[in-house]
Design a protein around this ligand. Structure first.
Ligand code: C2O
Ligand code: CU
Ligand code: CU
Length: 502
């Protein structure tokens, strides 16, 4: 039986069986063929009564204040806890927030700095951690599921930012089985590591755009994950930018702006265009490219980041919009996620100050060299009987995640070739902790193609039916996770552990 047909048969069994139906939430019933689709629960169909505020000026994310007076030391506190947010006038939405904010406060530090974050888990009854996504931090400081901070407990995360680590990172919880929920309830923040000297002209500014994905029930609360969410990953009703719906930004004519884009959604694939304004990619997950690359549109898979320079050379309105992208969707309720306006830029008719040109060379990225070890990671999806009844399983090399099992043993400093093979019906964005890798090639339908540019990445989309080959080297010992960054898939097993030894 074709996998998709098998899945639908599984869903039908789920709806019919009495024991299984206890697992079904109203959302799923609405999403079943022949059910009332007008009720809430379908991605992309928010209740009409809840209108989010729109068109406000794009806000800067509040900076996390450095409590240390010592040069080269950044010390601060991060406390995740329940809070309320007002996405809709007069409606209070219970969220989880870092220091009362969602997205969390932005951390800005410099290469060479020492970071000390005092963390207190104030989420009642749940473990949490902070994982420093993409950052070269020691394994025991990286907030792995194996190192939970129980409710009410505290710990300090401490690490140094090495030379060459300047990039756009982010942080989020990573507790076993609770990562997806803690993130969609509001826990994610940005961590900018800046270089001592930046080749990108400061006249371009430096604007963070962090995308999150909000779903609100009719009462203004954030509903829990449904069966459909667990299969496809949770896609919400509203893609927010810095916590705002379709904010606005004013720029003078002729402006060039530097934007850092962060996909902090659980499962939303963002294919983006700035319309008539020209886009140039200058950086990826792990920092600047060697040279700028002009593009027409970009795909930002969950957890990926991009740095762009956008030129606003015509007066009038320019929209940052989503384009159609086929990521593979199982079952009903496929969201229509193209044509969303995420940000409106109003380009004045008066010209601003003349902009310095972007340098032709941004930095050097040395090739990683030849691999001494080759590994294969094969993604599959299956419907099966799990602890909670019929459920979807997501596997790497045929096994689901087990915290007590080491899947791969590697050695510090050795270059490895990882072949990541997607035999499933959906795209899966693949992420590795603790290091940045270089994608060497993509293979699909027998066609091999190199990436458009050499870049440091920690997350790469592996499309359905695609194989991605990448080179990677871990410089620090310890246990590291690798997983699909659709957080519901990570939760349902698509994760493994590589133990890096000296
Ligand atoms: Cu954002 Cu395990 O990662
Ligand atoms: Cu990570
Ligand atoms: Cu996945």
């Amino acid at each position: 039986m074709h996998r998709r047909t098998f899945l639908m048969a599984g869903l039908a069994t789920l709806a019919a069986g009495s024991q299984a139906s206890a697992q079904m939430k109203m959302d799923d019933m609405n999403a079943m063929p022949g059910m009332d689709h007008s009720a809430h629960g379908m991605p992309g169909k928010p209740p009409a009564s809840l209108m989010l505020k729109q068109g406000e000026a794009l806000r800067d994310l509040p900076r996390l204040a450095n409590e240390s007076a010592e040069a080269g030391l950044f010390r601060a506190r991060l406390t995740p806890a329940p809070a309320t947010a007002r996405f809709v006038d007069g409606v209070e939405t219970p969220v989880l927030a870092y220091n009362g904010m969602t997205p969390g406060p932005l951390i800005e530090a410099f290469e060479g700095d020492r970071i000390e974050i005092d963390f207190t888990n104030d989420i009642p009854g749940e473990d949490s951690t902070i994982h420093w996504h993409g950052m070269p931090v020691p394994a025991e400081q990286d907030g792995n599921p194996m190192d939970p901070v129980v409710a009410g407990a505290s710990r300090r995360y401490a690490f140094d930012l090495p030379a060459g680590s300047a990039a756009s990172y982010w942080f989020h919880p990573h507790p076993h089985g609770k990562t997806a929920e803690q993130v969609y309830r509001g826990l994610a923040g940005i961590f900018l590591v800046k270089p001592k000297a930046d080749p990108v002209p400061s006249a371009y500014g430096d604007t963070v755009l962090v995308f999150t994905d909000l779903r609100l029930a009719a009462d203004g609360s954030i509903p829990e994950n449904s069966m459909m969410d667990l299969m496809n990953g949770r896609v919400g009703d509203h893609v927010l930018v810095n916590g705002q719906k379709t904010p606005a930004l004013d720029v003078p004519l002729g402006a060039k702006r530097r934007f850092r884009l962060f996909n902090a959604t659980n499962a939303r694939f963002l294919k983006l265009s700035f319309g008539a304004a020209t886009m140039t990619v200058i950086g990826t997950d792990g920092g600047l490219l060697e040279a700028p690359v002009a593009v027409g549109d970009v795909l930002l898979a969950p957890a990926e980041r991009l740095e762009l320079v956008v030129s606003f050379d015509r007066p009038g309105e320019v929209k940052l919009e989503t384009l159609a992208y086929e990521r593979g969707w199982m079952g009903p309720g496929k969201p229509d996620d193209s044509g969303l306006t995420l940000l409106t830029v109003n380009v004045a008719s008066e010209a601003g100050e003349p902009m310095p040109p972007l340098p032709e060379k941004l930095r050097t990225i040395a090739a990683l060299g030849n691999a001494t070890v080759n590994r294969r990671f094969v993604f599959t999806e299956k419907m099966g009987m799990g602890a909670n009844g019929m459920e979807m399983g997501f596997f790497i090399n045929d096994v689901a995640f087990d915290m007590k099992r080491v899947d791969v043993t590697a050695r510090v400093g050795e270059v490895e070739l990882w072949e990541v093979i997607n035999k499933a019906d959906m795209d899966h964005p693949f992420h590795v902790h603790g290091t940045q890798f270089q994608v060497i090639e993509h293979e699909r339908d027998g066609k091999v193609s190199p990436p458009a540019y050499r870049a440091w990445k920690d997350t790469v989309n592996v499309a359905r039916g695609e194989t991605v080959r990448l080179l990677l080297k871990q410089d620090l010992p310890g246990q590291r996770m690798y997983h699909c960054h659709i957080l519901e898939h990570e939760q349902l097993g698509m994760m493994g552990i590589v133990d890096v030894t000296v």
